[in-house]
Design a protein around this ligand. Structure first.
Ligand code: ZN
Length: 243
């Protein structure tokens, strides 16, 4: 018997137990603070060295690299290890699914990753940890070591488009899966919101796990309001046992 493909879309809510606030959501930090939003807006970032210096300070103080996966991330990785085919589509940039043990090739990061940097001039990549070490050592806006260009986090900033390859793969996974979990996402930001509807259109069982109502609740086969940290281990544990 072929095991069903499980797709799991995760949003900020899956990482709040790991101490990471919701930055991008409709009620997120960026939307409530226009000055902070400039730090993650491509045109401001590229055009203003002071914005970049503030952005590097924010990355340094944000402690995103020290966050640890929680029970929900671990439950997803455990399901994958049990032999069930799992693909994660995430709106998060924290890399916690991979730290919990999900193979990187099975995690689609719609908004990129805060764990690496890229040069906007030559495209050279490096680790965020190394860039932050340079900031700590006194470089307020560390340039690319290859070409001297402006370095940025590999997160998708406002004003940048999503990686079309990642998005295409997310759509393909969504159409192909038999079960689609939407976890900790308000489903109000595209393209994540559209993926939930697409999954239902293609006949997947749609399970929404979120504290607040979402626009897709009436299309879901199951809506779970229980905290993600207990709901996901229970729901995914049952899937692993049934596999
Ligand atoms: Zn460069």
């Amino acid at each position: 018997m072929t095991k069903p493909l499980v797709a799991l879309l995760s949003g900020a809510g899956i990482s709040t137990d790991s101490g990471i606030p919701d930055y991008r959501g409709p009620n997120g930090v960026w939307r409530r603070d226009p000055e902070a939003e400039k730090l993650v807006t491509y045109s401001y970032y590229m055009g203003d060295p002071e914005i970049r210096r503030r952005a590097w300070r924010m990355r340094r103080e944000g402690r995103a690299l020290s966050a640890e996966p929680n029970d929900a991330h671990r439950a997803v990785a455990a399901l994958e290890r049990s032999g069930v085919p799992v693909r994660v589509i995430t709106q998060n940039v924290d890399g916690l699914h991979q730290l919990a043990g999900m193979p990187a090739r099975k995690v689609l990061e719609l908004h990129g990753s805060a764990r690496s940097v890229v040069c906007t001039g030559c495209g050279a990549r490096g680790s965020m940890a190394e860039a932050l070490a340079r900031v700590a050592a006194g470089e307020e806006d560390p340039p690319c070591r290859e070409c001297g260009g402006i370095l940025k986090s590999t997160t998708v900033m406002f004003g940048e488009r999503l990686d079309p390859g990642v998005l295409a793969e997310a759509v393909a996974v969504t159409k192909a899966c038999q079960v689609f979990f939407a976890v900790g996402s308000s489903l109000q930001v595209q393209p994540a919101a559209g993926l939930a509807g697409l999954a239902a259109d293609h006949g997947a069982r749609l399970v929404i796990v979120n504290a607040e109502p979402t626009p897709y609740d009436d299309r879901a086969d199951d809506v779970v309001r229980e905290p993600i940290g207990t709901a996901l281990p229970r729901l995914l544990g049952a899937l692993a046992e049934g596999s």
